[in-house]
Design a protein around this ligand. Sequence first.
Ligand code: SF4
Ligand code: SF4
Ligand code: SF4
Length: 225
Amino acid sequence: MEIRQFQRLRWYLRLFNLLLIAGLILLIVFNCHPMPWWLITLISVIGLMILLTGRVWCGYACPVGLLLDLLTALFKKLKVRQIKRSEKFNRSIRIFKYFFFVFYFVLHFWIGFDPGWILVFLLVVTAPFIVRFWCSFCPCGLLFGWLNAISPLKLEKDSTKCLSCGACSKLCPMQSKRISIQKTNGAVYSAECMMCGECIGKCPAAGAIKLTVFGKPLTESKRLK
Ligand code: SF4
Ligand code: SF4
Ligand code: SF4
């Protein structure tokens, strides 16, 4: 499949998943006292699917991720200047997010204080200027990232075809460095990667990056003219 077709398909899937999630929320709201067994089973199956696909949730279904991408697109159209994160800043975030993770859960479950204001700040205030900034801290994203290794959807690299231009990492919405620095062939394991395929569309080397599902290729990079 051509990368452009794949990207279009991903947007359709995201909108479809948004409707599914809205439907599920309505089902839960109207059936919560007591919750019927079929609804508990449905929620468990969906939860299991999310767990087994790692950060695919972030790239294909999360409503917050969709909202952030729509805001970014809107502000780009309005010519609002995006802040480029430096590599030093990204490295600090990768360490700091673990502290934030512990802090969030201690506040939420131990002290009983909902740290929603932090979420709103990171989500709303940064959205116009920094692509997917909240996703660098999101506790769910962090958990899903650990499960990327078992996901059937994988980003793969053929290092023999790579031109080492770095375009993939520079334009990655999750600021994943792994894709450009990996020197071996095969799956790219990154806890940040949401398998969105944005890097494939930006890669100038034919066949250097591809997305596979259960080892079968879905789409791959083509030589850019
Ligand atoms: S990191 Fe969190 S907010 Fe961002 S897409 Fe993933 S689950 Fe959604
Ligand atoms: S590395 Fe590629 S597939 Fe993964 S999040 Fe970044 S742009 Fe998307
Ligand atoms: S964009 Fe393609 S050619 Fe450039 S570093 Fe990434 S994988 Fe290599």
